[in-house]
Design a protein around this ligand. Structure first.
Ligand SMILES: [Zn+2]
Ligand SMILES: [Zn+2]
Length: 172
């Protein structure tokens, strides 16, 4: 929430080259099963939330865009490939998974269900494991050094690791 009680959302791509801020209530949160969205996200469907008019601000960088039809552009990070936007004449929607707190943005409707993949509804019933259950991967997991941007705004990114005298900047 901002000082005037308007909701504020932030997010960005995996590498942190593109960051956004949304001021004001989201207009719509959905998933779209259409084939265009499957391709644009490389996924089973696209989770999207529409920004209020004038409420979207790019706070670091800006997406590169692919015009997927005569009416629509799809925005993505040119550095890391994260899908970020669906930009139509009636507004801009952002990928829910790119929000810093996607758990706050629950979809309320499904679109394009004629394109729904036949196994999507069964996914929730598949066998489920937490990451730590995979004991064979424990050593590998312990050695992972993430280069993913954290789920909050940063003053500078990526952090500098080149000189020991410099304090890390990632948590600024
Ligand atoms: Zn990126
Ligand atoms: Zn779609």
């Amino acid at each position: 929430m901002s000082l005037d009680n308007r909701p504020v959302y932030a997010g960005g791509c995996q590498c942190g080259a593109v960051r956004f801020r949304i001021e004001g209530a989201l207009l719509n949160a959905s998933i779209c099963h259409c084939r265009m969205c499957q391709k644009a996200f490389g996924n089973f469907y696209a989770p999207l939330a529409t920004a209020p008019d004038g409420g979207l601000h790019w706070t670091r960088g800006e997406p590169k865009r692919f015009r997927s039809s005569n009416h629509v552009q799809r925005g993505f990070c040119a550095e890391c490939g994260t899908p970020l936007t669906y930009e139509a004449p009636d507004g801009v929607a952002l990928a829910i998974g790119a929000f810093d707190h996607p758990e706050e943005v629950a979809p309320t409707i499904q679109f394009g269900v004629e394109g729904k993949l036949p196994y999507v509804d069964a996914i929730a019933a598949l066998p489920a494991r937490v990451t730590e259950d995979d004991l064979e991967a424990a050593a590998f997991l312990a050695s992972v050094e993430s280069r993913q941007h954290p789920d909050h705004d940063t003053a500078a990114w990526p952090p500098r690791h080149d000189t020991a005298a410099q304090p890390p900047e990632e948590e600024v």
